[in-house]
Design a protein around this ligand. Structure first.
Ligand code: MN
Length: 182
């Protein structure tokens, strides 16, 4: 693939030159064509299906949002939608645990303040559960007080975001997960 890239760069340079040589450009294009023809068809099939090597399909990336506040549920759902991602929603930690045990998820967004079972208790259950202990968990916290972040990470969350959730930060965290999970 590096060769294709290098050739494309050369063509780009040639096209940018003030007195570019159309013949040279044509020669490079022919080289590029024959190089592309030598790439196994399998590669194209995978690409057509939307499977890019090393990057998980966004629609296959399963997110569970544990959040009791309806407004926050809708807000985060909308943020994820703009990133081409979907999530399922649990209104408290208890429901979240049930859902996590029924289906496999790639990511849990975990609100810390919830009725029935809060975030702290939920993360403890997750980390002591043989099936769930490796789940990636991002804690969602209200205006974090000093020391809260440390408590949250010590309890076993992988990362945390303070509310209101910033789209760019959430996007960045999820993108790095998508690449690593490929
Ligand atoms: Mn809450």
């Amino acid at each position: 693939m590096l060769e294709v890239y290098e050739l494309a760069l050369k063509m780009d340079e040639e096209a940018d030159r003030k007195e570019g040589d159309p013949q040279r450009l044509r020669t490079l294009l022919e080289e590029l064509k024959s190089l592309v023809r030598s790439i196994p068809g399998r590669y194209f099939k995978e690409t057509e299906a939307g499977v890019r090597p090393g990057i998980k399909d966004r629609r296959d990336f399963k997110i569970l949002l544990a959040e009791d506040n309806k407004m926050n549920q809708r807000l985060i759902e909308a943020l994820l939608d703009r990133m081409d991602l979907e999530c399922r929603i649990a209104a408290n930690g208890k429901i979240a645990l049930d859902m996590l045990r029924e289906d496999s998820y790639d990511l849990l967004l975990l609100d810390m303040q919830m009725p029935e079972m809060d975030g702290m208790e939920t993360i403890r259950h997750i980390r002591s559960d043989e099936e769930l202990k490796d789940l990636y968990v991002i804690a969602l916290t209200a205006q974090a007080m000093k020391g809260d972040a440390e408590k949250i990470i010590n309890a076993g969350c992988n990362a945390y975001l303070a509310k209101p959730i910033e789209k760019d930060k959430l996007n960045e965290m999820i993108n790095s997960l998508l690449v690593n999970n490929g």
